[in-house]
Design a binder for this molecule. Structure first.
Ligand code: X8Z
Ligand code: ZN
Length: 614
């Protein structure tokens, strides 16, 4: 339940990880206590240890994944207790494996063994202290936080009881300032009660990470990228620095348009944008306000949500549509069990965790998604996103269990999005969802819609973990959780709380991944990577259109190249996997900047004479 991809001991052990030879970690975990033991250990011992762990993990994985699946599909006190018990068992095993793995730090082992040992040491997402009472407490907190979020509702002043899905749908289309404000504040009433649990989770998670030799849990999370934790933080800053000028121009233009819509008294033109006006509960993607900011004369003239309705698409039709894209590239169709075991719609009679996720129960072929699908263009993209996880899981299933993971966690998040970048007008016409392809004069509209989702997301993708890293390191203490959250929201996104927040507010808790304990930098990375993957695949497919009009649909060469990277799993440092597809060993924002270059020119022109910045 903690993990969106694989909810199991391997989730706990491997899923957030990229194995790497992180010397710093090796040294720090090589405590005096185990120096004696390391003298007598050999590579042969490592081989046996790794084989034993592999066996134990496979069994624990299936058990944990099943418990987590049932819980997430049917939230009750009982299922939460069962899931917590399974999670405790997995986490305790993970901690034990990590401690044992550290005993091989000074042993001369093969490169492959070293990689596997490092994976064991680095990749617990929420490590427990070595104390069974505390590990039980930590597991229970995780389940309780998940339940609070999953069951959260808000009853409006008019008396309607709304789920997050209901509120999300309303915020996408409402242009009523007060109604939006009520929904925005309403959802944030679910999180204050999470705060004491979250504080305790931070304490226990830190204690667990420190027991494994890390300074704190944030450092442990940052150690999964085949570079030192500090290098990783610097890398994120570098990438953000590349994108920021484009973001700033988008922000400036959108703020001006919102000023026209709601009045400059409500949207002051020299301040951050009120967070409830951007069409999304967290202001993380802005595509839903495309109609408010659409460029005059450049509107492509179709709306995927309306086209899905016009063609009577059901939720399953949407999933079948997304599957077809993958099979058109040469991937095998999803197994029959995917269709019978997945959850596609919100059940009327029970609480479920609606936040979309993709699962791999057995590392064979029992892959599923769990999603309360809404019939919108936005959700059509999310379905592609989820299936990207499933096709990745299937591609690496023949790797040893240690490597059954993406090259780094950004890759897992980027694959489905990469495919969704190929959902272009040409493709929509090909599958019969639209009748005519808008001509080039409409490109700015197309790019604007895409930028509202992709470019707007990037600072949000960065700040969630900037906040958590400060919380984990103790730089930010519980009294300041909420103020710091808004400080970062203003600094990176230029978005502010529309009203003073109550003293007990815990607004980070209103975002799934915080109570869910899911690291978030992965989405930031994915938004950079997916444009590099798209550019590379388009080149392979022989595309001659501008990159934003390229669709790799039906192109088997592109599918083959993609699969070559996917089937590597995490068997190599991510840089190697990256190179296989893009030719580069370093992430770079030039692909996203090239993609949006025509829009950026246009935005600069629109912003002439405006006072940008926040
Ligand atoms: O959580 C998700 C996916 C599941 S891994 C639906 N995403 C992030 C979010 O919703 O906040 C996808 C993009 C960002
Ligand atoms: Zn995802």
């Amino acid at each position: 339940m903690k993990n969106l991809l694989k909810v199991s001991v391997i989730a706990a052990i491997v899923s957030a990880s990229l194995a790497g030879c992180n010397q710093e970690q090796q040294a720090s975990t090589n405590s005096a206590a185990n120096t004696q033991a390391t003298k007598t250990l050999t590579s042969k011992d490592a081989e046996k240890f790794l084989a034993d762990v592999e066996k134990e993990s496979v069994a624990l994985n299936l058990e944990g994944a099943r418990a987590a699946w049932i819980y997430a599909n049917f939230i009750t006190e009982d299922t939460a207790a069962l899931a917590a018990a399974a999670d405790q068992k997995s986490t305790e095993a993970g901690v034990r494996f990590a401690m044992e793995a550290a005993k091989f730090d000074s042993v001369d082992v093969t490169a492959d063994q070293r990689r596997k040992l490092n994976i064991l040491k680095q990749s617990l997402v929420m490590p427990a202290p070595q104390d069974s009472e505390k590990s039980a407490e930590l597991a229970k907190i995780g389940a309780d936080l998940g339940s609070m979020y999953g069951k959260g509702t808000y009853t409006t002043e008019a008396g309607d009881k709304l789920s997050l899905g209901d509120m999300t749908a309303k915020m996408a289309t409402s242009r009523n300032y007060d109604e939006l404000l009520e929904l925005w504040q309403g959802w944030r009433t679910v999180s204050p009660e999470m705060k004491p649990l979250y504080e305790r989770q931070v304490e226990l998670g830190n204690e667990g990470a420190q027991g494994l030799g890390y300074t704190d849990l944030g450092a442990m999370w940052r150690s999964n990228y085949d570079m030192t934790p500090d290098e990783f933080a610097t890398e994120l800053d570098r990438l953000w620095g590349q994108v920021k000028p484009l973001y700033d121009d988008l922000h400036c233009y959108v703020r001006a348009e919102l000023g026209e819509q709601y009045g400059n008294d409500k949207v002051p033109q020299d301040q951050p944008i009120p967070a409830h006006l951007l069409g999304n509960m967290w202001a993380q993607t802005w595509g839903n306000i495309y109609d408010v900011v659409a460029p005059e004369n450049a509107d492509p003239g179709y709306d995927v949500t309306k086209q899905l309705a016009a063609h009577n698409y059901s939720e399953i039709d949407m999933v079948k549509g997304a599957e077809k894209f993958f099979t058109s590239l040469g991937f095998d169709p999803l197994p029959e069990t995917f269709w019978t075991r997945s959850l596609f719609t919100k059940p009327a009679d029970r609480d479920v965790i609606c936040h979309a996720s993709a699962w791999d129960l057995d590392a064979k072929d029992d892959i599923r998604i769990k999603m309360c699908i809404q019939k919108t263009g936005e959700e059509f993209s999310v379905i592609h996103h989820e299936l990207g996880h499933n096709f990745y899981q299937r591609a690496y299933k023949n790797q040893p269990v240690y490597y059954q993971n993406s090259a780094n966690d950004g890759f897992h998040e980027a694959i489905g999005d990469t495919i969704a970048l190929s959902v272009t007008p040409k493709y929509l016409k090909e599958i019969g969802l639209i009748d005519t392809i808008p001509d080039e004069s409409k490109d700015i509209g197309l790019l604007m819609k895409m930028a509202l989702d992709k470019v707007a997301f990037i600072p949000f993708g960065l700040l969630v973990d900037q906040w958590r890293w400060k919380v984990f390191s103790g730089e930010v203490t519980p009294e300041n959780y909420n103020q710091e959250w808004w400080k970062l929201r203003e600094k990176y996104q230029g978005v502010s709380a529309p009203v003073d927040r109550p003293a007990d507010a815990f607004d980070p808790g209103a975002k799934y991944h915080v109570p869910g304990g899911v690291p978030y930098s992965r989405y930031f990375l994915a938004h950079i990577q997916q444009f590099e993957f798209h550019r590379a695949l388009c080149e392979i497919s022989g595309n001659t259109d501008p990159i934003h009009r390229c669709s790799i649909y039906n192109n088997k060469d592109a599918g083959k190249a993609l699969n070559t990277m996917l089937e590597m799993g995490s068997s190599q440092p991510w840089q190697q996997a990256y190179k296989v597809l893009t030719g580069n060993e370093q992430m770079d924002a030039s692909a996203i900047l090239d993609y949006f270059a025509p829009l950026h020119v246009w935005l600069k022109e629109q912003n002439k004479g405006r006072q940008c910045g926040f």
